[in-house]
Design a protein around this ligand. Structure first.
Ligand code: DAH
Length: 339
């Protein structure tokens, strides 16, 4: 009987299993009620009394070893399975959702790209400004309402520090440092002390353009505006200039484009006029040139400024301005850009 036990012990040592089913087959062969070890247990009853102790111990060792072997085989199968899964290099990767650009960023880039094609380069300036760059240098009268606390966020009064209300301040910053020719486009965020509603916000975005050189005329301005309108809104777009007033331009105008929603026929969006206003513009006032150290007897220039939100509304028909700053993914994910 000892021989039989030793043989089984040797066999158990070498056992291998490639699947859970094979492990189960081994269990049945050795440990089930009709298995080899049960048969030995039966046989054990007939063993002579003086051998019972030795053979009993051997039998026990065989039983324990077999159980241990089974556990070991099971465990290694489980481990193999999990490592296999974690290094399956052929598995299709989970899709990584791509972010989208903010609609205002898309439109800002479109505007800048159009002016870049006309030879403009980008200039930027600070959002925290002083009275000189935002108002005084730009020919704002001392009692102009924009200087009022109700329109402008002041950070301090002595010295006067404020949040810029328009990107025209970048004009001054560039002109102070650089002599013509100047051909710049200035995108940026601006702030105004407005009650927030669907059509007004306390911050928004503008793009300013400035071109100064010898012999720059209103005709040059008009040509740039027409080019911009057609590039931005389509070749059939028409423009119309209405006389207006800005402290820093003379003459000044506001530009309308033919309504891109109804094609100029009249609809609620254009209030049935067929036209929508998109920007302000004009010839740079000689006072502004002189204020910034540019000789107004030698040079002339044009400037224009537009709100990015306004252009975005026209392009994408966003009805509520607040959506732009709420970070609602359901809104933002609707916009896609090539780059
Ligand atoms: N700065 C003006 C505003 O914030 C926009 C503007 C109008 C800019 C006419 C200009 C311009 O450069 O010529 O409303």
């Amino acid at each position: 009987m000892i021989d039989k036990i030793n043989k089984l012990l040797a066999e158990v040592e070498t056992l291998k299993a490639a699947s859970v089913d094979e492990v189960e087959a081994i269990r049945i062969k050795f440990l089930s009620k009709k298995g080899e070890i049960s048969a030995l247990m039966d046989e054990f009853r007939t063993v002579a009394a003086d051998q019972k102790r030795e053979i009993g111990m051997k039998l026990n060792v065989l039983k324990v070893k077999t159980q241990e072997k089974l556990n070991e085989l099971k465990e290694s199968l489980e481990n193999n399975q999990s490592t296999d899964e974690s290094i399956d290099l052929t598995r299709t990767a989970a899709p990584i959702p791509l972010g989208t650009r903010h609609p205002l960023s898309i439109v800002k880039k479109d505007i800048c790209d159009i002016f870049r094609r006309l030879g403009f380069t980008i200039a930027e300036g600070p959002e925290i400004e002083d009275d000189w760059h935002v108002f005084s240098s730009l020919n704002f009268a001392e009692d102009h309402p924009a200087r009022d606390m109700q329109d402008t966020f002041f950070i301090s009064h002595e010295p006067q520090v404020l949040l810029r209300t328009h990107t025209s301040s970048v004009q001054t910053r560039v002109m102070e440092k650089q002599q013509p020719p100047i051909r710049i486009i200035c995108p940026g965020r601006v702030y105004r002390n407005e009650a927030i509603s669907y059509r007004a916000h306390c911050f928004f975005h503008q793009v300013e353009a400035l071109y100064i050189d010898k012999n720059v005329s209103f005709a040059d301005l008009k040509q740039a505006l027409l080019y911009f309108a057609k590039e931005m809104f389509g070749v059939d777009t028409k423009i119309r200039l209405r006389p207006s007033y800005f402290p820093f331009t003379e003459p000044s105008a506001e530009m309308d484009i033919s309504c891109n929603i109804c094609g100029g026929k009249g609809c609620p969006f254009c209030k049935h006029t067929g036209w929508v206003e998109i920007l302000g513009c004009g010839m740079v006032d000689p006072n502004v040139l002189d204020n910034c150290g540019i000789d107004s007897k030698v040079y002339t220039g044009y400037a224009l400024g537009m709100g990015i939100e306004r252009i975005t509304n026209l392009k994408y028909r966003v009805k509520d301005l607040r959506l732009f700053s709420e970070n609602d993914k359901r809104f933002l994910e609707q916009f896609e850009s090539a780059n």
